[in-house]
Ligand binder design. Structure first.
Ligand SMILES: *Cc1c(COP(=O)(O)O)cnc(C)c1O
Length: 344
């Protein structure tokens, strides 16, 4: 890996971060806070929240097995996807490489930041090739994006291929494991100490059932996390989110139960889809959704909308012609989808 001082945008490397009232004092036990121009009434909402979310990180550290100083928390994965662009990529000069098709936010953030986005097609089994990803890089490539399990295809990328990319790339490899809780594959979080250029993303939005609170995570070396902390908004995760996340994280067994039910339902849904005359193929999945190739995705999608059932039409996505992406819902919701499709 190239030194961080070379990979980081010069203006960011030299940045003196905003020092908030809450940052400046430390050490002494304080009881009177007259430093932040807050209203003394209306507790606890009157106070600025902890900019580094220390209590929450302690809890996440236990659950995820990552040291607190190697954790960044953001306003959804959205923030954890945008930040590396703002920290590392020079607009109009640098580029990023990504598997294709994949999650749309990597490209949206590239476009917003005026950074060239270089998609590399997956093969017919939706698998990536390390060699082909690396072949697309040049001296200005700062990030390689890998999503595993991948959205919208659902499958996990082969671990050896991901490792090959990490080991043979001089800049950052970001592996988005938003759906990792649904997969049997070993998480790459456990490899962070081995690979200083690896960044792993997780979210509370999927298996943890907390999309509304907006909490995303990045796990990386403490040096990378320090750069993120310098660039992020000072109070990027609000108090209500921090509190609600603490509550959710107290119930990891609830998540295990949900995952178990959803995986059973996924199996049932896939079997039912394969019996539908309008379904040509269901792709292997490691996530809480599956991709199905239909006879006519657009008209089936329109028909379902009429019936009040919304699925994701991916027919215009590369390599996903005539594909619908189906999220696994409750048994009742899944049955509504099936009965509508049987009447198509
Ligand atoms: C849903 C999803 C996320 C979650 O994004 P949040 O901003 O955390 O809600 C992240 N990555 C992928 C690939 C997703 O599909």
């Amino acid at each position: 890996m190239k030194p961080l001082s070379v990979l980081t945008r010069p203006n960011i490397w030299d940045l003196a971060p905003y020092s908030s009232a809450r940052n400046e004092y430390s050490g002494h036990e304080a009881t009177v806070f007259l430093d932040a121009n807050e209203n003394p009434y209306n507790a606890p909402l009157n106070r600025y929240p902890d900019p580094l979310q220390r209590e929450l990180k302690k809890k996440i550290s236990q659950i995820k097995g990552v040291a607190e100083e190697c954790i960044f928390l953001g306003n959804g994965s959205d923030e954890a996807i945008d930040l590396p662009y703002r920290c590392f990529t020079r607009p109009g000069i640098d580029n990023v490489v990504a598997i294709e098709p994949t999650y749309g936010m990597y490209k949206v953030c590239a476009d917003i930041n005026d950074v060239e986005y270089r998609p590399v097609l997956l093969d017919e089994n939706y698998q990536m090739s390390a060699e082909r990803l690396l072949a697309k890089t040049d001296k200005n490539t700062k990030i390689i994006w890998i999503c595993s399990p991948n959205n919208p295809t659902g499958n996990s990328m082969k671990r050896e291929e991901i490792i090959k990319v990490i080991e043979n790339f001089e800049a950052f490899v970001i592996v988005d494991e938003a759906y990792g809780d649904f997969s049997q594959e070993k998480t790459l979080r456990s490899e962070l100490s081995k690979y200083p250029n690896l960044i792993v993303l997780n979210t509370m939005s999927k298996a943890w059932g907390c999309a509304a609170i907006r909490l995303g995570m990045a796990f990386a070396s403490k040096e990378i996390i320090s750069i993120y902390n310098k660039v992020k908004y000072p109070y990027n995760v609000n108090l209500l989110t921090q509190k609600q996340a603490m509550e959710a994280l107290k119930e990891p067994f609830q998540v295990d139960k949900w995952v178990k039910i959803l995986l059973q339902e996924r199996q049932r849904m896939i079997q039912s889809f394969m019996l539908l005359p309008i379904c040509e193929k269901v792709y292997p999945t490691d996530a809480n959704f599956f991709l199905a190739k239909m006879t006519d995705a657009q008209s089936i999608y329109n028909y379902l909308v009429e019936r009040g059932v919304i699925v994701r039409n991916r027919t215009r996505v590369t390599l996903c012609n005539n594909c619908l992406r189906i999220t696994i819902g409750t048994k009742g919701e899944n049955n509504e989808l099936l009965s509508a499709l049987r009447q198509y």
